[in-house]
Design a protein around this ligand. Structure first.
Ligand SMILES: Nc1ncnc2c1ncn2[C@@H]1O[C@H](COP(=O)(O)OP(=O)(O)OP(=O)(O)O)[C@@H](O)[C@H]1O
Ligand SMILES: [Mg+2]
Length: 263
């Protein structure tokens, strides 16, 4: 369903992804774990075509998406639902307009049909009757759930979730985990979930992959990851301050900046 070949991406001479290879099969729920700043959100944005690779390719359903333009690109985007890390709601639009955005802009559905789909999407994240509210009137957790309702509203075949449970209370976080599982089981949706939350990762994943130093360094079933002997993965999943993972990556980035400044 999704194939990524040797993906490289730099920002300001700072390498973020250098050689990501990853395949995601139809109907899988792949969870991507990795430290803050390692490039997880950047990787997700390449899958949906918001960012373009410096080199390497991203294929969706066998189609190389870096070459798509105009209507072909819109058609591709309609296959996806994406929950952005900060929810990324439009502040000037109300909840109905935010959740129904893709349907209002890119389909010929009647308003009554869109209203019904928006109502159902909001209901599935436990939010009813808030269609008229503006994002500024919502709590952080509510915004996140509205973002999730928007991601599922157009019945996408692929859903990308960037930190779906971060900032939610534990009960709501588990409700979101169950929603991810339900979409996977009932609709055979292909999902990619980025998270630091290992409880959520173990619960929703059919497979877990770890991003480290710009590459996928390990992948396996939740049980394989839980029992791995790889010291890098072990340090991350147990949350240990000491181990092979250091802040040298960040220091290296500082050096790049300093070199840039001196030129
Ligand atoms: N549009 C951009 N322009 C410049 N640099 C960027 C851009 N997007 C991301 N970066 C940089 O790329 C690196 C990876 O960012 P990314 O947001 O993917 O991290 P992450 O793994 O999602 O972290 P977190 O877990 O904190 O969300 C960071 O150093 C970030 O500053
Ligand atoms: Mg991120």
């Amino acid at each position: 369903m999704i194939r990524i070949n040797s993906l490289h991406k730099m920002f300001d001479e700072q390498p973020v992804l250098h050689g990501v290879d990853l395949e995601i099969n139809e109907g899988e729920t792949l969870v991507i774990i990795g430290r803050s700043g390692c490039g997880k959100s950047v990787l997700l944005k390449h899958m949906i075509g918001i960012l373009r690779p410096d080199s390497g390719e991203v294929f969706i359903d066998g189609q190389n998406i870096s070459r798509l333009k105009g209507n072909d690109f819109v058609r591709l985007r309609m296959k996806f639902g994406m929950l952005f890390q900060g929810a990324a709601l439009f502040d000037s639009l109300n909840v109905y307009e935010n959740v129904g955005f893709a349907l209002i802009e890119h389909t010929n559905l009647k308003e009554a049909e869109i209203r019904e789909r928006v109502r159902r999407a909001l209901e599935s994240v436990d939010l009813a009757h808030i269609e008229q509210k503006k994002p500024a009137e919502l709590s952080g957790g509510m915004k996140k759930r509205v973002g999730l309702a928007r991601a599922i509203c157009n019945n996408p075949r692929i859903i990308l979730y960037d930190e779906p449970t971060t900032g939610l209370d534990p009960i709501m976080a588990d409700m979101i985990n169950e929603l991810i599982i339900r979409l996977h089981r009932q609709l055979r949706v292909t999902s990619v979930v980025v998270t630091h939350d290992m409880t959520s990762a173990y619960k929703v994943a059919t497979r877990i992959a770890m991003l480290y130093e710009g590459k996928i360094v390990a992948q396996g079933t939740p049980d394989e990851i839980k029992n791995t002997k790889d010291p890098v993965v072990r340090q991350f999943i147990t949350g240990a301050a000491h181990g092979p993972i250091t802040d040298s990556g960040n220091n290296r980035r500082e050096e790049y900046r300093n070199i840039g400044g001196e030129k």
